[in-house]
Design a protein around this ligand. Sequence first.
Ligand SMILES: C[S@@+](CC[C@H](N)C(=O)[O-])C[C@H]1O[C@@H](n2cnc3c(N)ncnc32)[C@H](O)[C@@H]1O
Length: 267
Amino acid sequence: MSEAARRRPLGVVTRGTTNPNRLRRVDNWIVATCADRLRAAADPLVVDLGYGATPVTAVELRARLAAGVRPDVRLIGLEIDPARVAAAAPAADPPGLTFARGGFELAGLRPVVVRAFNVLRQYDEREVLDAWRTMTAALAPGGVLVEGTCDELGRLGGWLLIDADGPRTLTLAAKLTTLGSPAELAERLPKALIHHNVPGEPVHALIKALDDAWRTAAPYAPFGPRQRWLQAVTSLKNTGWPILNGPTRWRQGELTLPWPRVAPTAP
Ligand SMILES: C[S@@+](CC[C@H](N)C(=O)[O-])C[C@H]1O[C@@H](n2cnc3c(N)ncnc32)[C@H](O)[C@@H]1O
């Protein structure tokens, strides 16, 4: 392989759609669940891969981590599109926040946490595994990749926590005050799952069970959607779904499960 090919960022330029505050749900989850890793790191480096047409969500992630985890966190936004790297330059605030060109190989960086949101959604499902492997191979020891998807306003989202051994958990998250039914989350499953939401697949059974539990919890609606969600998640857990974390996270409209419980049955 030539030197030029070796240095070429891995991946392709895709649509750059983004929105302020769109990634607040996953950011809050990262602050809550990746804090220990970042606090223990000698170099608390975080990469936001594929930040899009404007760097607004990278700026927000850096601010949330600096306020909630440690003030010396270093965030590098990587984009495969050089025009978007140039457009982000005025938002840089070194050393805590910088932007550079890079792809799935992570531009030679060794981050503790990578957030790649709404990036793989525009790829073919067959490319997902290689992309995960390339990104996780570049992580610092004990590092993690948070890869997922959300809607334009960040009201519905789904993401995976992935480490060097592969996916560990799936998290679904919704803004409860605008949620009609949990079935809406199916549209925002991570790329590795979205095409598997069909009868016979574990993720389909999960969404159906959550939807049924939400309907059964309708008597809790007068107490607000948060109480109804808590009731639905609790009853899902009581029927044997291995729901992780606890009511503090559930209250945020989240649901996290071990990957083996939702992984597709067929590749
Ligand atoms: C839809 S935008 C997502 C923006 C932001 N992350 C968000 O969720 O709002 C996807 C961005 O990912 C970039 N992208 C796609 N593949 C990439 C790769 N392999 N490495 C770095 N950036 C990539 C595209 O150029 C595009 O700007």
